[in-house]
Write a protein that binds this ligand. Structure first.
Ligand SMILES: [Zn+2]
Length: 122
């Protein structure tokens, strides 16, 4: 994920990345749309938490671990548990490089045909 993409997330989802958050996003670029959809939903849940006077979960760590999305926040919001679990599962079904449906594995990574040509890819 590029610094520009991380900045986009921080600006688009201010409650989820509220200061003093120093959230790092260390994910393959192919997961951008997956993360954008997940963070959009979490931000809506954060707005609901705010409106209800509840503490808003602050994201602390978003990364790739052994080919799957790994996600940490300051605390669990019951509204978000299923959404996060679904995104973690979906991360293993899309290409790490381009976000297309993944059909092959290359080590821990899941890749599409275009990015899997009989060996490693970059
Ligand atoms: Zn691909």
């Amino acid at each position: 994920m590029t610094p520009q993409q991380q900045n986009y997330f921080a600006i688009a989802y201010p409650l989820s990345f509220a200061p003093p958050s120093r959230t790092t996003i260390d994910c393959p670029r192919g997961w951008f749309d997956l993360l954008d959809e997940l963070l959009y939903r979490l931000e809506r849940h954060a707005e609901e938490a705010c409106a209800a006077g509840e503490a808003v979960p602050v994201l602390t760590d978003i990364k790739e671990t052994r080919g799957a999305l790994s996600f940490q926040s300051s605390h669990d919001d019951p509204r978000s548990i299923a959404v996060i679990a679904r995104a973690m599962s979906r991360s293993q079904q899309i290409c790490s490089d381009c976000g297309a449906p993944a059909t092959r594995r290359d080590g821990f990574y899941h890749v599409c045909v275009a990015h899997h040509r009989g060996g490693s890819w970059t």
